[in-house]
Design a protein around this ligand. Structure first.
Ligand SMILES: [Zn+2]
Length: 243
C-alpha cells in the first residue's frame, strides 16, 4: 500500500481502544474522511498536538479498498488554532462549525469554497475579530454553499419585493410577506438583505468592529439557526452549549 497524504482541518477526534484515536478530517482535496491514529494516546506519541480540534495539518495515511477508515501514519501541524480556543464560547463555536460540516457534507466530496471559508474564518478569529459576528459570517456562507439559504429578495408566494418585515415559514424555503404568511412566528427584519449583501461583498472581519446593531444581529442569528435546525432535524449539540 502506498503512503498517501492530504491537507486539512481536524474536525474532531474521539478515543477508541486503549491507545488510539478516531480522527475526522475535512481535507482540501478529498472533503470529509475518517481515519484511525494508532497510538495517538500514548505518552510522547508521534502526533504531538497536531490532532487538536481545528488544527490545520498534513496527514500521511494508508488506505485499504472498501474500508471506511484510513490508517493515519503521522501528521504535520501546519497551523494551530489552539490559542484562540482559550475561552469556552470560542471552543463551542468552533465545534459548532465542525458539527455543521460533518452533518451537511457527504464523505469524500471535496468543496474548495467551504475549505477556504473555514480557513479564513479561523484566521479572522485569530486576528481578533468579534466571535458572534464572525460566526454569523460563517453561517451565512455555510448555508449558501450547502444550497439551503432561502431567497430573501421576494415573497415566495406573491413575489412582493422584500422591503418591510417578512416571515420565515415552517419549511424555511423562502420568505413570506405579512399578507401571505399564515403563521407569523419568525420575523425577518427589513435590514436582513443589507446584512446579506455586506456578507457577500466583504471578506470575514479582521478586527473586532461590527457594522450592524446588536438587535439586528440577534434576530439574524435566530433566523439562520432556525434554518440549520430545520434541515438538520435536531439542535446541534454544540449550539446548546453556546446558547
Ligand atoms: Zn406575499
Amino acid at each position: 500500500m502506498p503512503l498517501e497524504q492530504s491537507e486539512g482541518f481536524i474536525l474532531r477526534t474521539h478515543n477508541i481502544g486503549e491507545q488510539d484515536k478516531i480522527v475526522i478530517l475535512f481535507s482540501r482535496d478529498k472533503g470529509l474522511f475518517k481515519g484511525v491514529a494508532k497510538g495517538a494516546r500514548k505518552f510522547g506519541n508521534r502526533f504531538g498536538s497536531s490532532l487538536e480540534p481545528l488544527s490545520h495539518v498534513r496527514i500521511f495515511y494508508y488506505e485499504k479498498e472498501g474500508r471506511e477508515l484510513v490508517t493515519i501514519n503521522n501528521s504535520d501541524l501546519l497551523e494551530s488554532f489552539f490559542d484562540i480556543q482559550k475561552d469556552l464560547k470560542t471552543t463551542y463555536t468552533l465545534s459548532y462549525f465542525a458539527e455543521l460540516i460533518e452533518a451537511f457534507f457527504p464523505a469524500r466530496s471535496k468543496d474548495d469554497v467551504l475549505f477556504r471559508l473555514l480557513q479564513s474564518t479561523l484566521l479572522s478569529l485569530q486576528s481578533g475579530a468579534d466571535l458572534d459576528f464572525t460566526s454569523l459570517y460563517f453561517e451565512v456562507w455555510f448555508l449558501k454553499i450547502s444550497g439551503i439559504l432561502p431567497d430573501f429578495k421576494r415573497c415566495k408566494k406573491c413575489r412582493k419585493v422584500f422591503d418591510e418585515i417578512h416571515w420565515l415559514p415552517y419549511k424555511k424555503d423562502g420568505i413570506l410577506c405579512s399578507r401571505c404568511a399564515a403563521e407569523k412566528e419568525i420575523e425577518v427584519p427589513a435590514d436582513f438583505n443589507t446584512f446579506l449583501n455586506w456578507i457577500k461583498k466583504n471578506p470575514p472581519p479582521k478586527d473586532s468592529s461590527v457594522p450592524f446593531s446588536p438587535e439586528l444581529l440577534k434576530s439574524i442569528r435566530k433566523i439562520l439557526r432556525s434554518i440549520v435546525v430545520f434541515h438538520m432535524e435536531r439542535v446541534p449539540k454544540s449550539l446548546r452549549f453556546i446558547e
